[in-house]
Design a binder for this molecule. Sequence first.
Ligand code: NI
Length: 138
Amino acid sequence: MVYITRKEHFNSAHRLFRPEYSDEENLRVFGKCSNPLWHGHNYVLMVTVKGEPDPETGFVMDLKVLSRLIDDNVLQKLDHKNINLEVDFMMGKLASTENLAIGIWDALEPKVKLQGSCLHSIRLEETENNIVEYFGNK
Ligand code: NI
């Protein structure tokens, strides 16, 4: 099995909060990410697909195709957007890196499968120190 990864970047705004909490409780639980007037992160996204190289092309999956799928289904929805307010697959969810990684998986996995390929993982770096990986619901 060979694993190939496409690395992308996007910039998004968010706020981590629970509406039933006071601003003080939100600050205690969510830290600076609870700022009521939003803030942004420069996210680094790594999408990994697994499989055997095609005998004809030598590719597990054409990375140009994977790049287009990520652009159409993830980056155009997230880049320079407010995750809490504008991103269809994050509506009603806490805009944590964990939930965002799951949302990106759910947005991409069916599209990758349609190409005959197998999504292995979503790795999402909110900062250089805070990193989430998701391998699907298994
Ligand atoms: Ni934040």
